[in-house]
Design a protein around this ligand. Structure first.
Ligand code: RTP
Ligand code: MG
Length: 143
């Protein structure tokens, strides 16, 4: 299968827990390469735009509040089957349902503060990558 890209966020709860490196290790151990990365503190407008598909859901205001509560790490992951692979590494949205050994089982406290985001399809991955990164900021491996 050809290389695929996905978009990932280490959310404010996990950044506060000081587990950025531990989470990057999970990605790398699974064969995903980090081809772009930066730390940012999302504005309300950035968080609302990113999660626009959920704007009518009852948890939307709490989600935006949480996502702007501290800095996040945003990254582009590249590898075979990257979208599905990252979702497997993350585990279920609700950490109570996440399989043992997944990021959310290990680092998430609740469905509202669940440690990480990962694109749910190649189409959303392309949109989400473009939301945060210019082409020049993405560095595919040359060796
Ligand atoms: P994400 O987009 O953050 O990677 O999470 P996801 O695909 O697993 O879940 P999604 O349905 O896209 O929901 C986005 C985020 O909204 C919060 N949420 N809360 N209280 C609730 O019922 C509820 N449902 C979703 C979660 O923080 C979820 O990650
Ligand atoms: Mg989602």
């Amino acid at each position: 299968m050809a290389l695929e890209r996905t978009f990932s966020i280490i959310k404010p709860d996990a950044v506060a827990k000081n587990v950025i490196g531990a989470i990057y290790n999970r990605f790398e151990s699974a064969g995903l390469r980090i081809v772009a990365s930066k730390m940012i503190h999302l504005s309300k407008e950035q968080a609302e735009g990113f999660y626009a598909e959920h704007s009518e859901r009852p948890f939307f205001a709490a989600l935006v509040e949480f996502m702007t509560s501290g800095p996040v790490m945003v990254q582009v992951l590249e590898g075979e089957n990257a979208v599905v692979k990252n979702r497997e590494i993350m585990g279920a949205t609700n950490p109570a349902e996440a399989l043992a050994g997944t990021l959310r089982a290990d680092y998430a406290a609740s469905i509202d503060e669940n440690a990480c985001h990962g694109s749910d399809a190649p189409e959303s991955a392309a949109r989400e990558i473009a939301y945060f990164f210019s082409d020049e900021e993405i560095c595919p491996r040359t060796r």
